[in-house]
Design a protein around this ligand. Structure first.
Ligand code: SF4
Length: 427
């Protein structure tokens, strides 16, 4: 407080500097033009104990190498937006110019400037085939020129381990960014090797685990994405896996800091879960998004994590968003869904554990209990073996796994029976 300020003036100042969810903006560009990002989004967040504004830019990109070479992870939708060819430094530079322009505009409109910049290239951030050192340097320059307190990028364990062996781009970037914190978000998804295999993750369990320490040892901040209910898991299995994953991360971190962002799975074209959504509801493999209240149930286990544990907001949702809008996203029943969503917004903004406990008071327990009755007979090992065989076939046929299933499975019987019959027919 300035010495001449009264308490009332300070309160007024605080109110004026309030971060409001109502300013959210989603600016969408031409998805086929490498000179424009796919979108630039003004969102809110929580950083060092207070609500802040952040900007998230999705770059038009060449595509994740894993996805291009193998079809990628079973639940990932980045294959739908990649341009499938290298993006030149000049093209990236044009994308960055637009990001700079919009951040400057947002800052001119807001009471408090944007503090955190997220730049996502839907792949491996330190892979020169996806984004060159020169373009990365432009991103770092953009973050420091725009006076960001934090720069956030996404990548994967395989990328971090390779970079550690070869170029140390990460270590150099931390030094280059100076006061600007560098947060690396890793697509961990799960610490269960079988569940990671079900998702077809590119990095080995060992590389994923090693990368956690590499990131911290180089002075960057570690954050892991944890997937909430990927394909071929029941709601109860997904819940247990998320809780166990966070406990494992806590144990491996041995008192050092780690952050977790839940990624609740939503409907996405050309994914395995898109195919599973079309199954009969009685089929054990029928997939539907997790309950919104399941996210709170997971969060409720970790009150001590404070601002370092939160769940991604999956879209901007308004009171009058039609029910159809929710069907492809985490939801409970029509009566409670929007109320729960507001609790999620509140938690995102303030990270108060009270948002979690009060959300669970609103949620209808019977929905959760009903979901918990769903069972899958086959073990995780059996499911992984099946997915591996199907992925191999889809790769041989050069089609997405979901298309392979659509084109080759007969309609009789449940999903497991259809897959087994199909594999038998190929013997
Ligand atoms: S989840 Fe990540 S590693 Fe997997 S295909 Fe998508 S972008 Fe690539």
């Amino acid at each position: 407080m300035l010495p001449t300020q009264t308490t009332a003036e300070t309160e007024l100042q605080k109110e004026k500097n309030m971060v409001s969810p109502s300013v959210v903006q989603n600016i969408v560009f031409n998805n086929a033009d490498p000179n424009e990002p796919r979108s630039i989004n003004l969102y809110f967040d929580h950083y060092k104990g207070e609500p802040i504004y952040r900007v998230v830019a999705y770059l038009n990109n060449s595509g994740c190498e894993w996805s291009v070479k193998t079809g990628g992870c079973t639940m990932c939708g980045t294959k739908n937006s990649r341009l499938g060819r290298k993006i030149s430094d000049a093209e990236f530079s044009n994308q960055f110019a637009l990001i700079r322009k919009y951040v400057t505009q947002f800052n001119a409109q807001l009471d408090v400037p944007v503090k955190s910049l997220h730049v996502y290239n839907d792949g491996f951030f330190f892979n020169d085939n996806e984004i060159s050192p020169e373009s990365r340097e432009q991103i770092f320059a953009m973050a420091t020129d725009l006076k960001m307190q934090k720069l956030v990028v996404e990548t994967n364990g395989i990328d971090i381990v390779k970079d550690d062996r070869n170029n140390d781009y990460l270590g150099k970037a931390v030094k280059r960014l100076g006061e600007t914190e560098f947060e690396i978000t890793l697509g961990i998804e799960s610490t269960n090797p079988l569940i990671r295999a079900l998702y077809n993750k590119p990095d080995s369990f060992e590389d994923m685990q090693k990368s956690l320490d590499i990131i911290r040892s180089k002075g960057a901040t570690l954050k892991g994405y944890v997937l909430v209910k990927g394909p071929m898991l029941t709601e109860a299995e997904a819940y247990a896996d998320c809780v166990e994953t966070i406990r494992n991360l806590e144990c491996w971190s041995a008192g050092k800091r780690f952050r977790v962002e839940f990624q609740p799975v939503c409907h996405l074209p050309n994914t395995l879960h898109e195919y599973l959504m079309q199954l009969d509801h009685a089929d054990p493999y029928f997939w539907e998004p997790p309950l919104l209240s399941t996210l709170f149930r997971i969060l409720a286990n970790f009150p001590e994590m404070g601002e370092d544990l939160y769940t991604a907001l999956f879209a901007r949702i308004d009171r009058d968003s039609p029910w159809d809008f929710w069907v492809n996203r985490p939801h409970d029943d029509p009566e409670t869904t929007y109320k729960l969503y507001l609790k999620l917004v509140d938690h995102y903004l303030y990270r108060r554990h009270e948002s979690v406990t009060s959300a669970l008071e609103i949620a209808h327990e019977d929905l959760w209990l009903k979901r918990c009755e769903r069972k899958i007979e086959q073990s995780l090992e059996e499911r992984v073996a099946m997915v591996k065989k199907l992925l191999e076939l889809s790769r041989k046929n050069r089609v997405h796994l979901s298309d392979y299933l659509k084109n080759n499975l007969a309609n009789e019987g449940n999903f497991w029976e259809r897959c087994s019959r199909h594999l038998d027919s190929l013997k």
